[in-house]
Design a protein around this ligand. Sequence first.
Ligand code: B16
Ligand code: MG
Length: 218
Amino acid sequence: MRLYEALIFDLDGVLVDTAKYHFLAWQRLAISLGVSFNEEMNERLKGISRQESLELILEWGGIRLSESDFSDAMTKKNKWYLEYIESMNPEEVLPGVRSFLEEAKKAGYKIGLGSASKNAPFILDKVLLTSLFDTIIDGNRTKKSKPDPEVFLLGALDLAIPADKCVVFEDAQAGVQAAKAGGMMAIGVGDPDVLKEADRVIPGFADFTVEDLNSLKD
Ligand code: B16
Ligand code: MG
């Protein structure tokens, strides 16, 4: 008997690397607002929503915007981001991800997406991964941001699998916390020093197989 029935994946930083495009778009916006923005700051925006990201950038820059300027700024950032991701292609899927998803699907696991990004469906289409997912929960369906577990709980509900039979793959600390808060197994993807709260950390999917899912509790 296997330990888990569903696998829920974060998008940015787990399946594809869109952080570089977010960086370019936020940097362009920051320049237009006269505030400085660097890669280190970009790291701190991983996994958090567009609105919260802008709030942080304004806080770091010590500036305030009216409600309508704030909304214009978010629209501008997203317009630029969409221009960057427009040319994404299947080669941008991170190493080992496609074959892991295909094997998991063949083995009968339910597969879900749990992303803060409102652009998640567009990105999955661009990199030709959509058909591998049984459900897609993105920033358009959630009211609360990670570390709230809402995004993953909605995924489990859609997949009709109890939380303790779900494994979440996350690259951001807030995402790992969200998975734990939802009562799920949290696998960090990336740096073990950053993802300290994860049940286990893997560098990526190049050396992680579907069989390894059964030894996660060892
Ligand atoms: P959007 P994830 C997150 O995606 C990104 O990591 C984060 O940097 C971004 O601000 C957020 O999506 C919202 O994205 O502006 O496209 O709606 O890691 O949860 O897949
Ligand atoms: Mg992420």
